[in-house]
Design a protein around this ligand. Structure first.
Ligand code: TRP
Length: 464
């Protein structure tokens, strides 16, 4: 936490506060912007038919994501401790049922499970730095580029190696506590990544697929939207804003009392959304220009972007930079995913930070092997295949599906219910310090709209 100043507060906490609203925004955006925006958003948009899915996703961000982001940051600032400890504190203060601690525990487990596959994908990105720098994509056909990706997926030892390298970086950062330095670096690296993506959009404009790509993203065809697609849009709103795992609560606990939670949260949400949309605008034109399928799945950016790098001028330089910056964006998200488990272990087992990091990280790494194998030797293993909702899903698919589409929305729903139904309106109003109109809007959305939306979408898609 280098971006903090030490102050003495009535609330106690570690006495640490973000030095400025901007520092909080950058740290929260560092957690939010990651593989979710650049890898996952384009490929699930491709799989779910484009425009209509994007529209539902944007609605989910506005109606569900932002209110829950505000709610989580507020719970964190009120509790002033780690997510689970904060919830215990608030429960005591509000005389609420001890079961509300599940907001923290559910989230800690979800973050642990997410990191196990997130790290494997982060490993792909590191590996792609090497491919791009050695010019492997220069002048290649889309079949050849697809072949490079397929060969990587088919080789468990390559995947395991890069997954291990990625996890080692995460452990190094979390154990050494050099997080502050990384967070500082990210204030330069993230804008750089954004600029590079805009460069890719400009390149995409010169391809024959630009109109088709933009049309695919922004022209909704509701006949392509399924109930399952709506659940995925909702789940992704949680995933991309880092909601439902206590991560934003943890960041909120460092926010000072003067800062407007609503304004800050909306800024974070806007930046995250813009990055995802820009990624889509860079990728889909290239997909169409090269006759690829938008529904190609998790490999979408790892096949489409290298095609562009292989044929544009300075492609090797731009491509290498792009994957380096993608790795940094993934790392800042990954450290926020490991943090809840490490904190929990420190509190529970009395391990010091180093030991807690090694134990939690080792366990995540080990679980990651299941994702590595799901992509090749276990690709036909479908452990929950007997349930219609999980038919044909590998262990990797299940980890992704159950965390993003079930656990995160559930934990987020509980946070909204806690704020809307356990806390008093005056308390919430005092904490958020908004105009009366804005407060009434937030209150009604958080009490009724957000919970109902989450419950209806989850019920409908899970019950078929
Ligand atoms: N939001 C990150 C992304 O889009 C992933 C992430 C980081 C995350 N921390 C999280 C997701 C906490 C859920 C909860 O890549």
């Amino acid at each position: 936490m280098s971006n903090t100043t030490t102050t003495t507060t009535a609330a106690g906490h570690q006495g640490l506060h973000w030095s400025s609203r901007w520092a909080f925004i950058m740290a929260a955006t560092g957690s939010a912007v990651g593989l979710g925006n650049i890898w996952k958003f384009p490929y699930i948009t491709g799989e779910n038919g484009g425009g209509a899915f994007v529209l539902v996703y944007l609605a989910c961000i506005a109606v569900v994501g932002l209110p829950i982001l505000i709610a989580e940051v507020m719970l964190g600032r009120k509790g002033r401790k780690s997510p689970i400890a904060s919830m215990r504190e608030l429960i005591r203060e509000h005389n609420a049922n001890a079961g509300w601690v599940s907001i923290g525990t559910l989230g800690t487990i979800a973050a642990f499970l997410i990191l196990s596959f997130y790290s494997v994908i982060g490993g792909w990105a590191i590996n792609y730095v090497g491919y791009t720098i050695s010019g492997d994509f220069v002048g290649q056909t889309s079949d050849a580029v697809g072949g490079i990706f397929g060969a990587m997926l088919g080789d468990p030892s390559t995947l395991l190696f890069w997954h291990s390298v990625f996890m080692a970086c995460v452990l190094f950062i979390v154990a050494r506590g050099v997080k502050g330095g990384l967070e500082k670096a990210v204030t330069y690296l993230m804008p750089a990544l954004f600029v590079l993506m805009v460069v890719m959009v400009v390149y995409a404009m010169t391809t024959s697929g630009f109109a088709q790509g933009v049309n695919f993203l922004f022209n909704p065809d509701f006949s392509k939207l399924t109930g399952e697609g709506v659940l995925k849009a909702l789940g992704h709103a949680f995933f991309t804003l880092s909601l439902g795992t206590g991560v934003m609560m943890a960041y909120g606990s460092y926010l000072d009392q003067k800062t407007s939670i609503a304004k800050t949260s909306i800024t974070v949400g806007l930046m995250d959304t813009v990055v995802a949309l820009v990624a889509g605008m860079a990728i889909f034109p290239i997909v169409f220009a090269n006759g690829m399928e938008p529904s190609a799945g998790p490999g979408l950016i790892f096949v489409s972007l290298p095609m562009a790098f292989g044929s544009m001028s300075m492609g090797t330089l731009i491509g290498t930079l792009f994957f380096v910056l993608l790795v940094f964006a993934a790392l800042t998200s990954a450290i926020s995913l490991l943090e809840p488990s490490v904190e929990w272990l420190e509190e529970r087992s009395g391990f010091n930070r180093m030991t807690a990091t090694l134990v939690a990280g080792g366990a995540v790494w080990f679980l990651g092997i299941a994702t590595v194998l799901s992509l090749n030797v276990w690709s036909d293993v479908h452990p929950l295949g007997m349930f219609a909702a999980f038919e044909g899903k590998t262990i990797f698919d299940l980890l992704d599906y159950i965390t993003a589409n079930i656990m995160l929305p559930l934990a987020g729903l509980l946070a909204a219910l806690y704020v809307g139904w356990v806390m008093k309106k005056e308390d919430v109003a005092a904490e958020l310090n908004m105009s009366n109109g804005a407060m009434t809007l937030f209150w009604n959305i958080t009490r009724y709209v957000t919970p109902l939306a989450v419950i209806i979408v989850m019920y409908k898609s899970i019950m078929g």
